[in-house]
Design a binder for this molecule. Structure first.
Ligand code: PLP
Length: 347
């Protein structure tokens, strides 16, 4: 008999006192206004969105970003539109091109679509090698650019993204994943959506806005491009997600304040890494990579034994582990555990 399918879950339950710096989450959680919006709207949860929470969110984002409302599609996070965009624009004859290492969810969708997958190594400065990406597959349907990139936290210039947009094959799209854009100094490319280019931008409230468990995200694009995503699923938005996202956007101090909190903690951790001669990639995001000089899986297991859960390795760099930026207290525990692990002989 076929094995039972595993239960659908994003992650297993973790020990209560574990340091969770493995999933690029935001330990600050939703802002105060978002928590209040969630609490006050919860009693209306027996209905679909009767008060138009998702419309309010679209109006807010449209006016803040100079976009028409029909260029914004709201989802329960950005994973859905990422998946749907790849399913819509790749096929056995239309390939998927991604950087390596990069966020792999789009590649998994391309595997479902039976598309040819081209993985193009990052440049020595860890930006996307847009020239090599465009050259990689003249029949590609999707070029995926994650800016800042996950797992490296490094950025790709707007000039490079515009070059890719101008030089990609006809009929393809650029899928620009801006999940971490607010954490960095990277320039967003929303003006290219407004200019009706062949581009879909993904945004999420899971990162700087601290709403990974609440769920809200956007696909931004020309209405005809967004329409191609619809056949893959049209789930209703949780009203909690839309209401919390709307008030988060209206709190204009939130992004700069949180960007600084996370950057300060990240830079303090970098100072520790530098002082101890550990090799790391300078990141502008809430995650960074450390070259451990030994098998990364063993480092991850040894850290886990000390109750510190760090992220994973990518196949192209088996000695390099991804670490998310937690609270200062969590990073203090990380430093102690990491030094102990690195001071011990590799197993
Ligand atoms: N894109 C990138 C680059 C990510 O790192 C993640 C999550 O880690 C996502 C998209 C999906 O996040 P969500 O579905 O929570 O918006």
């Amino acid at each position: 008999a076929a094995a039972a399918a595993p239960a659908r879950r994003v992650r297993q339950a973790m020990p209560a006192d574990a340091v969770l710096i493995n999933a690029n989450e935001n330990p600050l959680g939703p802002c105060k206004a978002a928590c209040e919006a969630i609490a006050s709207i919860a009693p209306k949860g027996g209905r679909y969105d009767i008060d138009g929470e998702t419309d309010k969110l679209i109006k807010t984002f449209a006016s803040q970003n100079g976009l028409k409302e029909n260029y914004i599609a709201v989802y329960a996070g950005s994973s859905e539109p990422l998946h749907y965009s790849v399913l819509a624009f790749t096929s056995p004859t239309k390939g998927f091109v991604t950087a390596d290492p990069s966020y792999e969810a789009g590649m998994r969708a391309a595997q479902v679509a039976k598309a040819k997958i081209s993985k193009v190594p990052l440049k020595p400065d860890y930006s996307h090698d847009v020239k090599a990406m465009i050259a990689a597959d003249p029949n590609a349907g999707v070029f995926y650019i994650c800016n800042p990139n996950n797992p490296t936290g490094t950025i790709t210039s707007k000039a490079d993204i515009l070059w890719a947009l101008e030089n990609k094959p006809k009929g393809s799209i650029l899928l620009v994943d801006e999940a971490y854009i607010h954490l960095s100094d990277a320039e967003n490319v929303v003006d290219q959506v407004a200019a009706d280019k062949d581009i879909i931008i993904l945004r999420t409230f899971s990162k700087i806005y601290g709403m990974a468990g609440i769920r809200c995200g956007f696909a931004l694009g020309r209405p005809d491009l967004l329409a191609k995503l619809q056949p893959f699923g049209q789930n209703a938005m949780p009203i909690t997600g839309s209401a919390a996202a709307n008030v988060s956007l209206l709190d204009t101090d939130l992004v700069p304040t949180r960007k600084k909190i996370i950057a300060d903690t990240r830079n303090d951790t970098f100072a520790f890494l530098k002082a101890n001669n550990y090799k790391f990639i300078p990141s502008q995001s809430n995650c960074f990579m450390i070259d451990t000089g030994r098998n990364g899986q063993q480092v991850i297991a040894a850290m886990r034994a000390k109750n510190v859960y760090i992220g994973r390795t990518w196949p192209i760099w088996p000695n390099t582990v991804r670490v998310s930026v937690g609270t200062p207290a969590e990073m203090a525990k990380f430093k102690v555990a990491f030094k102990e692990v690195m001071d011990s002989a590799p197993t």
